[in-house]
Design a protein around this ligand. Structure first.
Ligand SMILES: [Zn+2]
Ligand SMILES: [Zn+2]
Ligand SMILES: [Zn+2]
Ligand SMILES: [Zn+2]
Ligand SMILES: [Zn+2]
Length: 170
């Protein structure tokens, strides 16, 4: 699935905002002198071995390409997208211009507990609590003499001197 696959938009995008080369919503939209619009990467790839607009076949070169009008870019920016993590429970719809930021921070992304003995999949919104408070395999700083990070599960048999020795040797 490409970044701007039509399926990710709700409501479906206007056909004028869809690239006829990749069939996805325009990604970094540019226009040819004939005013036909394409994703920058799609049209540049097309023009590197042909010199015509894919829609109307007018003579076009890479150097003729221009960014689309701000009006078109604004229409693109405001398209509503479905979060990548909908199947995990995120019901947010996000404007295209905010989509990347949302997905990077979405609480419904599945993460993996950082403690290797655990490795449990946990939603981002719960992972901090899990790793700091709930994980049976989390490590805590020993408040005895060694001051090392010790797995909670080993704390009852932990010995500062032998742990320090193992730490220095290992
Ligand atoms: Zn394209
Ligand atoms: Zn054209
Ligand atoms: Zn989300
Ligand atoms: Zn865990
Ligand atoms: Zn200790």
């Amino acid at each position: 699935m490409s970044r701007y696959d039509i399926e990710k938009f709700d409501p479906p995008p206007d056909p004028d905002l869809v690239c006829c080369i990749c069939q996805c919503v325009l990604d970094k939209a540019v226009e040819c002198p004939c005013r036909h619009v394409f994703c920058q990467i799609c049209i540049e790839r097309w023009l590197s071995n042909r010199h015509t607009c894919p829609t109307c076949r007018k003579r076009t070169r890479k150097t003729d390409l221009k960014p689309v009008l701000p009006l078109v870019q604004n229409m693109l920016n405001r398209l509503m997208m479905i979060c990548d993590f909908r199947q995990n429970g995120c019901i947010d719809k996000v404007m295209l211009e905010n989509f990347e930021r949302h997905v990077k921070n979405c609480g419904y992304e599945m993460k993996t507990c950082r403690f290797s003995k655990c490795g449990q999949p946990i939603l981002r919104m719960y992972i901090e609590k899990h790793e700091n408070e709930d994980c049976p395999h989390r490590e805590i700083i020993c408040n005895g003499d060694c001051g090392l990070m010790i797995p909670l599960s080993e704390m009852s048999v932990h010995n500062c001197v032998s742990a320090l020795k193992a730490h220095i040797e290992g």
